[in-house]
Design a protein around this ligand. Structure first.
Ligand SMILES: NC(=O)c1ccc[n+]([C@@H]2O[C@H](COP(=O)([O-])OP(=O)(O)OC[C@H]3O[C@@H](n4cnc5c(N)ncnc54)[C@H](O)[C@@H]3O)[C@@H](O)[C@H]2O)c1
Length: 267
C-alpha cells in the first residue's frame, strides 16, 4: 500500500498511493484512483478527510473515469496503515511551508524502504531546499501538478541533483499511466517552467497596459481570443516551426525580442 500526508498524499505499490487531503491532495487521489491505483489519504485534521471523501463522491457522479463509481470509490481509503514500508509512492500535499515539508520528509526518511518514491506537490520550493541531507534523497522528486489536476494534466517533474534517473523515469511512467502529461526538468530552477512562462506573459501584459498601449480588457482578449486559442493546441516552439515562409527570420526576430525583454524588462 501507499500512504499520503497532509492535504491528501498518495503512494502506490503498483496498486497503492498515499496522499494528504487538502485541495491538491484530494485531486491527486481522484487522478490516481482513476488510473487504477489504490490510494490512502492521510491528514492531521479529521474534518479534511471527511470533506475530501464527500468532495470525491460528489464529483464521481460526473463519471469522468472509465471505472464505475463503486470501483473507483473503493480505491480510495482514508484509513492509515502502519505498513508504510510497502507503499510505492508518497505524494506530499501539505501547505506550502518549507519547515513543515522538511519535517514530514525527515520523518518519512526514517521509515521508508529503498524503493518508495517520495514526491512533493510543491509549487515553489526547490528540491535542494526540501530534500538535501535525506538518507533517501535519490528517491525524492517534485511532481508539481496544475490545479485542478483532473482537468489540467500537466505535471512538472523536478529532480534534486542527487535524485536517481530511475526515480524520474518511474514517476514519469506512473504519471503517464494515470493519464497526466508529465514533463521532465533536468535541473531545478525558481518557478520551474510553467510559472516562468506564465510570469513572462503577465509581466509583459502589465507593461503594455501600464504604458497605455492597450486597455486591460483588450489585453485579455488578445490572449483569450488570440494566442490562447493557438496555445491550447500547440506550444510556442511548434508555432514558430509551423510559421512556414521566413521561419529562420522569425526565429531571429523572436530571439532578438527575447534578448531585448530580458535586458530591459526582466533584469
Ligand atoms: N492549490 C493549488 O492551486 C496548487 C497547485 C499546485 C500545487 N500546489 C501545492 O500543493 C500543496 C498543497 O496545497 P493545497 O492547496 O492542497 O493546500 P490545502 O491547504 O488545501 O491542504 C493542505 C492540507 O495539509 C494538511 N496538513 C497540514 N499539516 C499537515 C501535517 N503535518 N501532516 C498531514 N497533513 C497536514 C491540512 O490539514 C490540509 O488538509 C502545496 O505545496 C501547494 O503549493 C497547490
Amino acid at each position: 500500500p501507499a500512504k499520503s500526508f497532509g492535504g491528501c498524499a498518495a503512494a502506490v505499490d503498483y496498486s497503492y498511493k498515499l496522499l494528504y487531503c487538502g485541495l491538491i491532495g484530494r485531486s491527486w487521489a481522484m487522478v490516481f484512483a482513476g488510473g487504477g491505483f489504490r490510494v490512502k489519504l492521510y491528514d492531521i485534521v479529521q474534518q479534511q478527510i471527511t470533506s475530501a471523501l464527500e468532495y470525491i463522491s460528489k464529483y464521481l457522479l460526473l463519471e469522468w473515469f472509465t471505472l464505475s463509481s463503486e470501483v473507483y470509490y473503493s480505491c480510495i481509503n482514508w484509513r492509515i496503515s502502519n505498513a508504510i514500508y510497502y507503499y510505492f509512492l508518497f505524494q506530499e500535499c501539505t501547505p506550502e511551508k518549507l519547515e513543515l515539508k522538511k519535517k514530514i520528509f525527515g520523518q518519512l526518511d526514517l521509515i521508508v524502504s529503498n524503493d518508495v518514491i517520495l514526491s512533493s506537490s510543491t509549487s515553489t520550493l526547490l528540491p535542494t531546499k526540501l530534500f538535501t541531507g535525506l538518507k533517501h534523497v535519490k528517491q525524492c522528486i517534485v511532481a508539481h501538478p496544475v490545479n485542478p489536476p483532473y482537468y489540467v494534466p500537466l505535471v512538472e517533474l523536478v529532480p534534486h541533483p542527487e535524485t536517481e534517473p530511475s526515480t524520474v523515469d518511474k514517476t514519469h511512467a506512473l504519471m503517464k499511466k494515470i493519464g497526466q502529461s508529465p514533463v521532465k526538468l533536468t535541473k531545478e530552477i525558481d518557478g520551474f517552467v510553467l510559472n516562468r512562462l506564465q510570469y513572462a506573459v503577465i509581466s509583459e501584459a502589465w507593461r503594455l497596459v501600464g504604458e497605455g498601449v492597450i486597455s486591460p480588457a483588450d489585453l485579455d482578449l488578445v490572449m483569450s481570443d488570440g494566442l490562447g486559442m493557438r496555445y491550447a493546441f500547440i506550444g510556442p516552439l511548434e508555432t514558430m516551426h509551423l510559421n512556414a515562409e521566413g521561419y529562420s527570420q522569425c526565429i531571429f526576430c523572436s530571439y532578438k525580442l527575447s534578448q531585448f525583454l530580458s535586458k530591459h524588462i526582466y533584469s
